[in-house]
Ligand binder design. Structure first.
Ligand SMILES: [Zn+2]
Length: 284
């Protein structure tokens, strides 16, 4: 089984996570830039973070034989902070970098006018830089937020097939299915989607344009929930090819639209390629 996690925040995870993921068959991942919990107070704090997920994190992943790419954006929450908005002007030079496979996470948090503006400007950047867009849907007011997201995507002129609308559930899938956009699902241990609920949606809506991720970050989350979902699919009667489509070929197809997805380092095997401890320990 080969797995590609299309949305995971490895910056918040440990080397134990990398080792367990590699051993379970997770061979590739995309790390969207996001909100770090602690509010950032200046644009330099963002550029150091962007450099880290484009430089340090792929290096760390490679120690475990995992291929790492990133998406770059001003996230919806911090789009509301006037101290962070100048980041929008710094994005073009990042969007041209080799390991950047989409603009993201963009979208709505509280649906403010500032978020409208940042979302709109970053969809325009995606078009201009010929990149796909990874769109976060809000946790509150989810249906309204998803509707407004689709309206803005439509108005932007970006091709729907180049947009992934993420963090969907049983209600919001109805809105996105049929829009031409990709449908992303984050599998969480406690809230949002669980593996059995995801399997039920795959049974009902099929495997086309579906992306399944763990969205694991600094909150309660589990980087192996993609694997658990794959196993739940097999137990429910989906075959290996269905699993490979959802867990590997779909994310490859979506991010390949950037022209920058480089999977040459993928071993394709479930065996971990990391056996020792050649990675430096934290702080060294
Ligand atoms: Zn995220």
């Amino acid at each position: 089984m080969r797995i590609f996690d299309p949305h995971i925040h490895m910056t918040s995870r440990t080397t134990d996570d990398y080792a367990r993921m590699a051993a379970a068959g997770i061979a590739a991942m995309v790390e969207p830039s996001f909100w770090l919990g602690q509010p950032r107070t200046n644009p330099g704090s963002f550029t150091d973070y962007f450099d880290s997920i484009l430089g340090w994190e792929p290096y760390r992943a490679a120690q475990f034989g995992v291929v790492h790419h990133a998406t770059i954006a001003l996230n919806p929450k911090e789009a509301n902070d006037p101290r962070c908005r100048p980041v929008l002007d710094l994005l073009p030079r990042y969007l041209d970098k080799d390991r950047v496979v989409a603009v993201g996470e963009i979208g709505y948090d509280s649906m403010t006018p500032e978020e409208d503006d940042a979302f709109e400007r970053q969809l325009a950047l995606a078009v201009e830089h010929e990149l796909p867009a990874l769109v976060h849907t809000p946790h509150r007011d989810k249906a309204a937020g998803t509707r407004r997201t689709l309206d803005l995507v439509k108005a932007s002129g970006i091709e729907p097939g180049r947009v992934a609308v993420d963090h969907l559930n049983e209600v919001t899938i109805e809105l996105v299915h049929g829009s031409g956009c990709w449908m992303g699902f984050s599998i969480y241990p406690e809230t949002k989607m669980s593996p059995p609920r995801m399997v039920e949606l795959l049974r009902r809506y099929g495997t086309e344009r579906v992306l399944v991720n763990s969205a694991a970050d600094w909150g309660v989350s589990d980087p192996l929930l993609t694997v658990e979902t794959a196993e739940a699919m097999l137990a429910a009667g989906f075959d290996e090819d269905d699993v490979d489509r959802v867990m590997w070929r779909n994310p490859v197809e979506f991010y390949s639209q950037s022209g920058r997805l480089d999977l040459t380092g993928v071993t394709g095997a479930a065996e971990p390629t990391f056996a020792g401890s050649s990675i430096k320990r934290g702080g060294e």
